[in-house]
Design a protein around this ligand. Structure first.
Ligand SMILES: Nc1ncnc2c1ncn2[C@@H]1O[C@H](COP(=O)(O)OP(=O)(O)OP(=O)(O)O)[C@@H](O)[C@H]1O
Ligand SMILES: [Mg+2]
Length: 183
């Protein structure tokens, strides 16, 4: 539960995002329906980030689970991409939630895009709310946890989604060491 406030204890190390993502990808193949194609687009040579690798794993699993559930039994595609980008807070549009500790500069990104059902306006607004779910079986904790983890890493998260048009979630994580107040 601590993840939700972004104050949970983190186990920080130098983390290679591609290594974490390819490790998770091998598990994901079993988690997604057979008619859903999983495409991986990793950018080589990403700099290591200071992160909690198990939390980054959790982010990816939660995002891909949502993508798979959005595609459902239809034919569809989920694309997991990594890369690097230089971002400033000002350059991030209104679809992004930006951590208080966000610092302009180089970030790696993790993107999960799906061709699934997409979200309507209300869902887009409430997607990070704990216990908000539109699913019969959902608990509504997946995206709340993702946001907490992003905040813990002083990153940002953006969602583009429209009903019937699929969803793209992009997580930005700082390359440079996270400045923390010791507590
Ligand atoms: N990729 C997506 N496509 C369409 N809707 C999504 C997507 N990701 C999240 N949502 C919407 O946001 C809601 C909240 O997502 P979240 O992951 O927090 O909860 P959940 O998936 O319903 O339940 P849980 O993750 O706890 O099993 C979902 O119920 C769904 O309506
Ligand atoms: Mg979920």
């Amino acid at each position: 539960m601590l993840d939700y406030a972004g104050t949970g204890r983190m186990v920080e190390a130098q983390v290679n995002l591609n290594a974490v993502a390819s490790e998770v990808a091998s598990l994901l193949d079993d988690m997604i329906p057979k008619r859903t194609r999983l495409k991986l687009l990793f950018t080589d040579g990403l700099p290591a980030i200071e992160a909690d690798s198990s939390q980054i794993r959790q982010v990816l699993v939660n995002l891909v689970m949502n993508a798979a559930e959005a595609v459902g039994d239809q034919e569809g595609m989920i694309c997991v991409a990594t890369g690097m980008t230089n971002v400033s807070r000002r350059s991030l549009d209104g679809t992004f939630v930006v951590s208080r500790g966000f610092v302009d500069g180089p970030h790696v990104f993790l993107e999960v895009a799906d061709t699934g059902a997409g979200m309507d306006g209300e869902t887009r607004e409430r997607v990070f709310e704990p216990f908000f779910s539109t699913k019969f079986t959902g608990r509504g904790l997946g995206m709340a946890a993702v946001l907490g983890i992003v905040r813990g890493h002083h990153g940002a998260i953006g969602i583009e989604s429209e009903s019937g048009r699929g969803t793209t979630v992009r997580v930005l994580l700082p390359v440079e060491a996270i400045q923390r107040d010791e507590s």
